[in-house]
Design a protein around this ligand. Structure first.
Ligand SMILES: Nc1ccccc1C(=O)C[C@H](N)C(=O)O
Ligand SMILES: [Zn+2]
Ligand SMILES: [Zn+2]
Length: 212
């Protein structure tokens, strides 16, 4: 019996990847070439930490919140269900209630109607009703992953869904790519870097199908 393969759901960090309007773009370049050093090529990066596929630390939207290096790695490794909500623009508790919820799933990844397009910042996002947070808490969900740059509207200042998720003990993974993924049960690995004091971190997110 062959094991299922790990599938990459990460946005590639290219120099033309979309960035949050007004935020620091991503750039990779060789600071020194092998020709210059005589031994090695050495790359350097500049970037917002909310770049491509990334996780938010609570400190991102709460001055008293935990920073990325303080978060338990176990949040970001384990069983995850991919749920297809691509037929709606408003994601509500009522909608989520219609799916089959299994006890051992503590992470969900939402495949929305927003097409994966890492090089373009979307004009409009599907709406995540903040009321999904208490619903997901009831289902013992600890991590919510979305295929959009934010769980709130880009022009939101109050960040109602970020705060509602946080208040219900649910961590946030943003900008995953799910267009090539079908709904079902998976294992997830999406580990942030241990950047001391940081409000977020890019991750390499991979999933592997679990046969039921
Ligand atoms: N870079 C920013 C600059 C200003 C305001 C928000 C951001 C964000 O990155 C929002 C983020 N992606 C989020 O939803 O957590
Ligand atoms: Zn973010
Ligand atoms: Zn966020």
């Amino acid at each position: 019996m062959s094991e299922n393969k790990w599938i990459d759901i990460t946005q590639p960090l290219t120099n033309d990847i979309a960035h949050w309007p007004g935020d620091t773009p991503f750039s990779f370049e060789l600071a020194c070439t092998k020709k210059e050093t005589g031994s090695v090529n050495i790359g350097q990066i500049t970037s917002s930490v909310h770049m491509g596929t990334h996780v938010d630390a609570p400190f991102h939207f709460d001055d008293n919140g935990t920073t990325i290096d303080q978060l338990d790695v176990n949040i970001y490794i384990g069983k995850a269900a991919v749920i297809d909500v691509s037929h709606v623009t408003n994601i509500t508790p009522k909608l989520l209630e219609g799916y089959k919820w299994e006890d051992d799933v503590t992470r969900i990844l939402l495949r929305t109607s927003l097409p994966n397009n890492p090089k373009r910042f979307p004009k409009e996002l599907p709406v995540l009703d903040p009321a999904i947070a208490p619903f997901l808490q009831q289902k013992e969900i600890k991590l919510l992953g979305v295929d959009m740059p934010s769980v709130d509207a880009p022009d939101s200042n109050e960040l109602a869904t970020h705060h509602a998720l946080h208040d219900n003990g649910i961590y946030i993974l943003e900008n995953i790519m799910l267009d090539h993924i079908s709904a079902g049960h998976y294992e997830l690995i999406a580990l942030p870097l241990a950047i001391q004091g940081a409000d977020g971190s890019p991750v390499r997110a991979v999933i592997r199908r679990i046969e039921k």
